[in-house]
Write a protein that binds this ligand. Structure first.
Ligand SMILES: Cc1cc2nc3c(=O)[nH]c(=O)nc-3n(C[C@H](O)[C@H](O)[C@H](O)COP(=O)(O)OP(=O)(O)OC[C@H]3O[C@@H](n4cnc5c(N)ncnc54)[C@H](O)[C@@H]3O)c2cc1C
Ligand code: FES
Length: 265
């Protein structure tokens, strides 16, 4: 049985990649040994022994290798700003791994689609997939936001990049090359699966596209989280057919068909 742990993890590296994006590596052998692509951890960004900030911050597992767990994150507010100030040798309290990761089979062609920092969990996922059956599509507003794109290249048959300002790769949204691939392969829909992570509008567009062509689709969802473990019920998203799903325990990776996209943000 998988055991999630609340542990002090030693910071090994916290690299400023530019554009407010950081790559954090921590030594957390147990989490690294059981983590699955798509799972996340709750990180305590405050100093040890303090309760400010009170709430931990959820971050996807970017990669797990040997004893090391990596996170790729953007500085947006107080918690991530404190996280960015952590130096090698300091400790961070981490709860994880949490939630459900990506499922799906290795026999199908996988289209991995990441929007912005939604690319974070896709590296770990790509490493666990058969390279020749994997196409990675990464989209961002600008080329500067695609700080880690080269790390994905060795793990896919093809890497397709789009930027909204046209600074790198195809100009426009990542959903455009996705739509082309899906349409050209639509007659063989059962041989395809889409595994996506990104902001809500992207997730919604990907879900609709897949639904139209009857292609299996899993999306990693983001919701404001207080506990990350199913206790606070703060991360509810509407379930198709009524009721709610909780992103921390039902997800964050959820079959797109289970979400009521008309009632989402
Ligand atoms: C499952 C999951 C995985 C995530 N993975 C990544 C990742 O790999 N890389 C990355 O850069 N970001 C990721 N995020 C978003 C990240 O959690 C937020 O950017 C971060 O919590 C912001 O904290 P803050 O204190 O800097 O910002 P503030 O806006 O000051 O945060 C205030 C509160 O809102 C919560 N919050 C703010 N934005 C979000 C958000 N988008 N999602 C959930 N809670 C939020 C914070 O946890 C905090 O409790 C993920 C979110 C979820 C739910
Ligand atoms: S974050 Fe508390 S129930 Fe999901």
């Amino acid at each position: 049985m998988m055991t999630r742990l609340d542990i002090p993890a030693l910071v090994l590296k916290n690299q400023d990649l530019g554009e407010g994006i950081f790559l954090l590596a921590v030594c957390a052998p147990h989490i690294a040994s059981i983590a699955q692509p798509g799972q996340f951890c709750m990180l305590n960004a405050g100093s040890p022994g303090t309760t400010d900030p009170l709430l931990r911050r959820p971050l996807s597992i970017h990669d797990a290798d040997g004893e090391t767990v990596l996170f790729l994150y953007r500085v947006v507010g107080k918690g991530t700003r404190l996280l960015a100030a952590k130096r090698p040798g300091e400790e961070i309290q981490i709860l994880g791994p949490l939630g459900h990761g990506f499922a799906g089979d290795n026999e199908r062609k996988s289209l991995l689609v990441g929007g912005g920092l939604g690319m974070a969990p896709l590296l770990f996922l790509a490493k666990r997939r058969a390279k020749e059956r994997t196409i990675i599509m990464l989209g961002a507003r600008t080329s500067g936001e695609l700080v880690c794109a080269d790390a994905y290249r060795p793990h896919a048959d093809e890497l397709i990049i789009s930027t909204e300002d046209g600074g790198l790769g195809r100009p426009g949204l990542v959903t455009a090359p996705l739509a082309e691939r899906i349409e050209s392969a639509a007659r063989d829909a059962s041989a395809l699966q889409v595994l996506a992570c990104g902001p809500w509008p992207m997730a919604k567009a990907v879900a609709h596209l897949c639904q139209r062509h009857e292609i299996a689709c899993q999306v990693s969802l983001e919701a404001r989280m207080a506990c990350g473990t199913g206790l606070c019920l703060g991360c509810a998203v509407p379930r198709s057919g009524g009721g709610y799903l909780h992103v921390c325990t039902d997800g964050p990776v959820i079959d797109a068909a289970l979400v009521d996209w008309e009632r989402t943000p």
